[in-house]
Design a protein around this ligand. Sequence first.
Ligand code: URA
Length: 189
Amino acid sequence: MTDSWDKLYEDCASCEACELCKTRTNCVFGVGNRNADIMFIGEAPGENEDKTGVPFVGRAGQLLDKYLYAVDIPRENIYIANILKCRPPKNRDPLPAEEDCCIDFLRRQVLLIKPKIIVCLGRISAMRLIKPDFKITREHGTWIQKGNYLITAVYHPALLLRDPRKKEEMLEDMKAIKAKLDELNIKVN
Ligand code: URA
């Protein structure tokens, strides 16, 4: 089957595979450059994302924007998506069954975009995309090659809002991501 962005978007926006469809305002599909060499993948939409249909536009998203700006990676040149496309009530962690229902949309996005680098934003994304026992405190900033993709994980910006002491490590990880892009001769600006 050849996939297309239109078909993928329609499938996602009309999905009723789990209960979260009943409470969504918008499906939060993903945003950015569909030819990006680098994708950032978060956990699930929050309130502002549910309202607008765009990932990472609330407080956590604004903090992410600051890090992207700090390391000279323009947000419009990357692609940003989440593991879940619908908001869990009260922003609780995604249930494994919800992730199972939704993960195929992300897989199809990745197959269409063909990024070289994937950055997991936070532990939930890293546990799903890197390994189930990923320990974000110990293993953030490490790199693994999985198939065609070089993958790393950084702290979730929402965690940095709760624990600003981790901001220094986040900046180092983001600088290392930019250095990796440079090393691989991947232009993002
Ligand atoms: N947190 C996420 O993981 N994703 C969003 O889109 C917003 C907040």
